[in-house]
Design a protein around this ligand. Sequence first.
Ligand code: F6P
Length: 347
Amino acid sequence: MRIGILTGGGDCPGLNAVIRATVRTVEIEHGGTVVGFKDAWRGVVTDDWEPLTSESCRGLLPRGGTILGTSRDQPYTMDGGVEAVRRAVDRHGLDAIVAIGGEGSMGVTKDLHRDGVPVVGVPKTIDNDIQLTEMTFGFQTAVQICSDAIDRLHTTAESHDRVLVVEVMGRHVGHIATWAGLAGGAAVTLVPEVPFDIDHVAELISARHRHGHWSSIVVVAEGAVAAEGTMDVPEVRMDAYGHQVLGGMGHRVAAEIERRTGIESRTTVLGHVQRGGSPVAFDRVLATRFGVAAVDAVADGALGDMVALQSGAITRVAVADAVGHLKTVEADMLRASSIFQVPYDRT
Ligand code: F6P
């Protein structure tokens, strides 16, 4: 067996653990070899690669980022890209390329499979927004980082009787915000799934502070949206890859809360801190299971499949079924979150 492997899109904790598990499984169970392509599909197209062995993967399990590098380049937007990918598969004698990536990368994986390139997908993202897998590695690490940060913000918020707004990542879904808000005891959590009314948010904060709470933590997902006509929001910018450039909602929400309530309000944007550093134990284990399962998929000829976590077990789904629509926050999570966003009179 000979496998190519790459990491695409934004990085996340656990990528190296997948690489390590894939290499180990190929070597131990198949006596095979692994080709590591650099900077996602760019390395396949330009033939930039390195051999990966168990020896070269030593120490990778707890290491954040990706030793292969990553990019958002993909063959369909590169001149002669798909042909170059086919040539790379032939040149290296690959049974398949294991593509570890988010929603965008899984879309490319689906298209390459349709076009006859042997591929297997491994879902990754701190956003946890990929359909048909109940969790992606990286997510739990991001949530832990947010929750730790919120614990720290509570004590300083209490000292100064402030509202502290925390903006977290997640793009167009609120998984990180919902989990972080629940774990961190937020007074208000704003997510894209539920457009918010800033007047209502301000009333909630005022009521809390009238009833003896001297500080409030407000978690704002970067993709949170104001209900139509309730708040002025600037026009959305797009990046070179056609994705909305998010960020800034936390500052806007803090300014509006302060204006309406008169309570001093500040913002912390956690940003890329959420994607950095060592994966938590859950993510190391999930990433390892995904790596092993990706090799199984290649061995079984399950090309065009994506490995997934369903009901706690590792499964495979057609990557085509997993892309095209995002996994939004589950109703029970939104309900649990909403129960803690009702003023509670403790007097
Ligand atoms: O998809 C992962 C993610 O971290 C999002 O939560 C965030 O919006 C985006 O990537 C940031 O991307 P970049 O690293 O390109 O700024």
